[in-house]
Design a binder for this molecule. Structure first.
Ligand SMILES: Cc1cc2nc3c(=O)[nH]c(=O)nc-3n(C[C@H](O)[C@H](O)[C@H](O)COP(=O)(O)O)c2cc1C
Length: 367
């Protein structure tokens, strides 16, 4: 029974644990003759890499990716691509104390209840180290998208971190890549940093909201009912560690709106393509892309591994107080941004391939 794979035609299987020798992804279904080199994938891994600044975990991993198969002379061959990232900066002694106890808010208790054992070092398979493998796979997906639909651009950013929220009237697309928080407002960075450092000093952590947008997605991707584009996107984002809610377009806020406010009006554009007055739908209607921006948003919970003592129990059922030492992200939302982009890339590529398989050039045309 495989529970470690996602995707239909572009299928990704990840493997490995936080403190094992290595982790990685097997990427099956990548079209042949796509340019893929370790350097191309490394760009995205470097974006997610821990230990880069004081706002993320101080675990220092180079996250250097090796391509073991499926690529010859810099091009995908059409066979499975095996990606491997070695773990080099494990510090398992930090986890000695949680071998017998369960961290409140973490997966220790449920892994034990299910499997009867667990690799407690760094959280084992429940650690977000696993997301490095997704980011590497997402790098392959991005290169395949570039070959099939080069107009598509994928970008993620934080919109909220605890009490801090972006001011959308100041949204600056170009600012996103210039700061540690991936926020679209350079002037707000210092406030966000002060806020997070305050929480870190208080031995606490905080949640966040991440938005990820795919621009240039053609109309027609997705399918009705069980493999809606939004179904697959929601599953992909919800599969990221610490994610507790996913929205498409207006999301939960749609419950507040009237039909007259929410329905995006349709007009015929000069280039023969429909244009919409707004994008409450988040670029998806009936599970199928409209040609507008695909907009997905999700919330991550505050990091559960904190230095503030929390009540818990031991494996033998006796009460315990847990203080989690080790190197942890004070807000996991920061490093979740490149992970979200990778998941978006994998899902969009998967649906480009599905669309090509079922519809090819025979798409419906208006006018
Ligand atoms: C990029 C990223 C980094 C994370 N870093 C940490 C961390 O340093 N410490 C921690 O306790 N949880 C961290 N998490 C969250 C845990 O992996 C997650 O809470 C845990 O697996 C339990 O799963 P759940 O929160 O989805 O229920 C991180 C999550 C992400 C997405």
């Amino acid at each position: 029974m495989s529970m470690n794979s996602f995707g239909h035609l572009f299928r990704v299987t990840t493997w490995g644990e936080s403190h094992g020798p290595a982790l990685g992804a097997t990427v099956d279904g990548c079209p042949p003759n796509v340019s893929v080199t370790p350097e191309m994938l490394q760009v995205w891994l470097d974006k997610r890499r821990p230990g880069q600044n004081k706002n993320t975990t101080q675990r220092n991993e180079p996250d250097a990716v090796k391509i073991l198969s499926g690529v010859f002379e810099g091009k995908s061959t059409g066979t499975p691509i095996q990606l491997m990232i070695e773990n080099t900066d494990q510090r398992s002694r930090d986890y000695g104390e949680i071998a017998q106890t369960f961290r409140p808010g973490h997966a220790d208790i449920t892994y034990f209840q299910k499997y009867g054992n667990r690799d407690y070092r760094g959280g084992g398979r429940s650690s977000a180290r696993e997301t490095a493998a997704r980011v590497a796979a997402g790098g392959v997906a991005r290169e395949a998208i570039k070959a099939l639909a080069p107009q598509i651009q994928i970008k993620g950013y934080m919109t909220q971190m605890g009490e801090m929220e972006i001011d959308r009237s100041r949204f600056d697309w170009d600012a996103i890549d210039t700061n540690d928080f991936w926020i679209p407002d350079a002037a707000a960075v210092q406030d966000w940093e002060d806020y997070l450092q305050g929480l870190r000093k208080a031995h606490d952590s905080v949640g966040a909201v991440i938005e990820v947008v795919a621009k240039g997605v053609p109309a027609g991707l997705g399918a009705p009912i069980y493999n809606k584009l939004d179904t697959d996107l929601a599953a992909a984002m919800m599969s990221i560690n610490a994610v507790k809610a996913v929205e498409i377009g207006e999301g939960m806020n749609a419950a507040r709106l009237k039909g007259s406010e929410n329905a995006d009006e349709i007009f015929m554009g000069n280039d023969g393509q429909p244009v919409y007055s707004s994008n409450h739908a988040g670029g998806i209607l009936g599970g199928i892309s409209t040609g507008q921006e695909v907009v997905v948003r999700f919330a991550v919970k505050p990091t559960s591994s904190i230095l503030t003592p929390r009540a818990s129990i031991r494996k033998d059922g006796t009460p315990a107080e847990v203080i989690t030492k080790g190197r942890h992200d004070p807000c996991v939302g920061i490093r979740a941004v490149p992970v979200a982009e990778a998941m978006m890339a994998c899902v969009i590529l998967d649906h480009l391939l599905l669309h090509r398989g079922q519809i090819g050039e025979n798409q419906g045309h208006i006018g």
